[in-house]
Design a protein. Structure first.
Length: 276
């Protein structure tokens, strides 16, 4: 494509507060790729460093509360994000620190992806942190995006069907966020997500893509929604567009490494040539 690609919205700043994935498929790296693919300017606050690859998570080291708060302050004091996504925040102290500083800056859109367990089964949230997540972070969210295991953990409700998703979503909504999106990818059948809020109830159903490479899907869809909210889309359209994006990204996923590979964040640009 002569003249390259014009990203008209690239000056719209979006922020992710999450952990680093050394293999690049999930976490901060997936979030920044998603922001860029959708066309917003991505910024990051790193909460933890993980040693992981396509075969699993092998170690996690949290950053101190002070450096996390300093990163957030440095960004908000200079470049105010149009929307913020919070992913992996593994300790109760870090959650309280982030909640307090978010109260100060009060972003218009705060998307909380309650990351608890990696796809390989590694716990990414300390057991004592769950209470603070539920009590402090979820209530201040514009949108919370739990998958089925996370919704079960938050509510104590066993989810085996879309009906169960609705019940669990209602219980999470009652905690105080403006909207809840329960993601049904862990259930059998079509990929069904349920969005609910005070004046909205929508069920989004898309075909299930039979691909093994789904590393980072949760991070990717929540950061996609964050980017679309930053660009001015309403919640329903932001979710709809993000569902379409993650479905295509999974469909174009690829093998890299020896385990569960990543989705293709930049599938839209395949086949394009860029001018020098």
């Amino acid at each position: 494509m002569g003249g390259g690609i014009i990203l008209r919205n690239y000056r719209v700043p979006t922020l992710t507060i999450a952990g680093s994935d050394s293999s690049g498929g999930a976490g901060i790296q997936a979030d920044l790729k998603t922001f860029s693919a959708i066309g917003t300017y991505g910024m990051s606050v790193i909460t933890a460093v993980t040693a992981q690859n396509t075969e699993g998570v092998f170690a996690v080291e949290e950053l101190s509360g002070e450096i996390i708060k300093s990163q957030i302050k440095a960004i908000f004091d200079d470049i105010e994000p149009a929307a913020v996504k919070i992913g992996m925040v593994s300790s109760p102290e870090i959650i309280v620190d982030i909640v307090n500083i978010m109260k100060k800056y009060n972003p218009s859109f705060l998307v909380v992806d309650p990351v608890m367990i990696s796809k390989s089964g590694y716990s990414l949230l300390k057991s004592e942190a769950k209470e603070n997540l539920i009590k402090y972070l979820i209530p201040m969210a514009y949108l919370v995006t739990p998958n089925v295991p996370e919704a079960e953990e938050i509510t104590g409700i066993k989810i085996n069907s879309v009906t169960d998703m609705k019940v669990a979503g209602k219980k999470i909504f009652e905690l105080g966020p403006k909207f809840v999106l329960v993601k049904g990818g862990h259930l059998d059948g079509e990929a069904v997500d349920v969005l609910m809020g005070e004046n909205i109830f929508e069920v989004f159903e898309t075909k299930r893509i039979n691909r093994k490479n789904t590393h980072g899907t949760g991070c990717t869809i929540s950061s996609a929604i964050t980017a679309y909210l930053a660009l001015g889309y309403g919640i329903k359209e932001a979710v709809e567009l993000s569902k379409k994006y993650i479905t295509e990204a999974i469909e174009h996923s690829f093998d890299i490494g020896h385990g569960v590979g990543p989705v293709h964040h930049f599938y839209k640009f395949e086949g394009l040539t860029f001018s020098k």
